[in-house]
Design a binder for this molecule. Structure first.
Ligand SMILES: NC(=O)c1ccc[n+]([C@@H]2O[C@H](COP(=O)([O-])OP(=O)(O)OC[C@H]3O[C@@H](n4cnc5c(N)ncnc54)[C@H](O)[C@@H]3O)[C@@H](O)[C@H]2O)c1
Length: 397
C-alpha cells in the first residue's frame, strides 16, 4: 500500500513510521519546513521512546520519506491520512477544524485514481461529512471514499499502542474503503488486534466517548480522593478495591492533580462563561492580597470556564494576579452572554444593579451571590436560579 500522512506531529509521525514498519510505502507531509528538514537530517522533533530507531530504520529501507509538498505523495497514494492538529478554538473551546478542512482542500486538488481519504485527527461527529463535501465540491470527478480512523495511542507508549492496539476502529460503510483500510491494518491481525468496522459518524463518536469516559474516570477518583481525606480513608486502596471489579477496571483510577496533555482538556472542555463581579478582598480598596477571587477564578479556569470580570477600582492590581481573564469596564458588559454571574466583593454598585437588565443580558439567569447582597425571594421572583450563602432560595417552612 502507498500511504500519504498529512501532518507529521505525534500522531502522524508515529503512525507513518509504524505503517512503514508494517511494509507499506509511506510519505509523511508537514507544512512546517523546519520539522521536515530536521527529519531529513535524522533528528526526531518529539521525544517518544523507540521512535528515533523506528524512523531511521524505515528511512534506510526506503519505505519512509518526508516532504513539505503533498502533491506527489497524495496523487500516488491508496490511502491519505489526515493527522493535523485540532486544537481548542480560542474563545469558545470548540475543536478548531481549520487545519483539517484546509488539508482536505489541498488533498482534493491533487487526487489521482481511487483513493481513500481517512481522518485520523480527533474531530467532532459530522466532520467527515464536511470533509467529503469539501473534497467533492473542489474535485467533483475524484474517485474517493472518505473514512474515519480515530487514533487511540498514548504519548510515551505510542509505538506499542500503535502496534498492539486494543482495537482499530474504521468508520466507513463503503466496501472499497473497508478493503483498502483492511489491507493497511492487515499486519496487525498477527497481533490479534480486533478491526472494528462502523459507520463514519459512529467512529467519530467512539473517539470522543472514549476520551470523555477516561477523563471521567480520572476526575471521579479525584472526587473520591477528596471524600477519602474527609472521612479518613485511603484513596489508593479504594481505587484498588473498585478497580479489581472487571466491570470497572483499574486503569485511569489513580488520584492526582487531574488530567493534562493535548487531548483530554481540549476534548472535554465545556467552554462556559462566568461573569465575576468584584475582585478585591473587600469593597472600597484596590488591595488584591489574598483576595478570595484569586482561588475562585483560578479554579474556574482550571475547569475550562471562560472568566470575565469587573471591579470598580481593583482591575489594575488584579491583572497581575489573574492575567488570563477578560476585564470589562462595567458590570452589564461583564454579564453579557454569561452562563453564570458570581458576586465576590460586595461593592455598593452591585447592590443597585438593574437586575431585569442583568437577566436580559445573560445567556442563562444563574446568580451565585457569595456576599448575600440580594434577597432570595426577589431573585427567584425575577426568574433567576439563585444561590447565596447559608440561606434557602425559597422561604423556609
Ligand atoms: N497526541 C496524542 O497523543 C493524540 C492521540 C490521539 C489522537 N490525537 C489527535 O490527533 C491529531 C493530531 O495530534 P498531534 O498531537 O499529532 O498534533 P501535532 O500538533 O503534534 O501535529 C500536527 C501537525 O500537523 C501539521 N499540519 C497542520 N496543517 C497541515 C497541513 N495542511 N498540511 C500538512 N501538515 C499540516 C502541523 O504543522 C503539525 O506538525 C489531533 O486531532 C489530536 O487530537 C492525538
Amino acid at each position: 500500500m502507498r500511504i500519504a500522512m498529512i501532518g507529521t506531529g505525534y500522531v502522524g509521525l508515529v503512525s507513518g513510521a509504524c505503517f512503514a514498519d508494517f511494509g507499506h510505502q509511506v510519505t509523511c507531509v508537514d507544512k512546517d519546513a523546519g520539522k521536515i528538514a530536521a527529519l531529513h537530517r535524522g533528528e526526531i522533533p518529539i521525544f517518544e521512546p523507540g521512535l528515533d530507531a523506528l524512523v531511521v530504520s524505515n528511512v534506510k529501507a526506503k519505505r519512509l520519506d518526508f516532504t513539505t509538498d503533498l502533491a506527489a505523495p497524495v496523487a500516488e497514494a491508496d490511502a491519505v491520512f489526515i493527522a493535523v492538529g485540532t486544537p481548542s478554538r480560542r474563545g469558545d473551546g470548540h475543536a478548531d477544524l481549520t487545519y483539517v478542512y484546509s488539508a482536505a482542500r489541498e488533498i482534493a486538488a491533487v487526487l489521482r485514481g481511487f483513493t481513500v481519504v481517512v481522518t485520523k485527527s480527533t474531530v467532532p461527529v459530522g466532520t467527515g461529512d464536511e470533509v467529503e463535501r469539501l473534497i467533492r465540491e473542489a474535485n467533483p470527478s475524484a474517485d474517493v471514499v472518505i473514512a474515519s480512523n480515530p487514533e487511540f495511542l498514548r504519548e510515551g507508549a505510542a509505538i506499542r499502542d500503535f502496534k498492539f492496539p486494543d482495537r482499530i476502529v474504521v468508520g466507513t460503510s463503503d466496501e472499497r474503503g473497508r478493503k483498502v483500510l483492511g489491507d493497511v491494518y492487515r499486519p496487525l491481525s498477527l497481533n490479534q488486534a480486533p478491526l472494528m468496522f462502523t459507520a463514519r459518524r459512529t467512529a467519530e463518536l467512539i473517539k470522543y466517548a472514549a476520551n470523555a469516559f477516561l477523563a471521567t474516570k480520572i476526575t471521579f477518583i479525584n472526587e473520591i480522593a477528596d471524600l477519602a481525606e474527609k472521612v479518613g480513608a485511603d484513596v489508593q486502596e479504594v481505587a484498588r478495591g473498585i478497580g479489581l471489579d472487571n466491570r470497572i477496571g483499574s486503569k485511569f483510577l489513580h488520584a492526582g492533580p487531574g488530567f493534562g496533555g493535548s487531548c483530554f482538556p481540549k476534548d472535554t472542555r465545556a467552554g462556559k462563561t462566568v461573569a465575576v463581579l468584584g475582585l478585591t478582598f473587600k469593597p472600597d480598596t484596590d488591595d488584591m492580597r489574598e483576595a478570595p477571587s484569586i482561588p475562585l477564578v483560578t479554579g474556574l479556569l482550571d475547569m475550562g470556564a471562560k472568566v470575565r470580570a469587573h471591579d470598580p477600582v481593583g482591575m489594575e492590581q488584579a491583572r497581575k494576579e489573574l492575567p488570563d481573564i477578560e476585564y470589562c469596564d462595567d458590570p452589564y458588559t461583564c454579564v453579557k452572554g454569561a452562563d453564570a454571574m458570581v458576586v465576590v466583593t460586595e461593592w455598593v454598585q452591585y447592590r443597585t444593579l438593574d437586575l431585569e437588565r442583568v437577566k436580559r443580558e445573560m445567556a442563562q439567569p444563574v446568580v451565585v451571590d457569595l456576599r448575600n447582597i440580594y434577597r432570595p425571594e426577589e431573585m427567584v421572583a425575577l426568574g433567576f436560579t439563585y444561590e447565596s450563602i447559608g440561606r434557602a432560595a425559597e422561604p423556609l417552612v
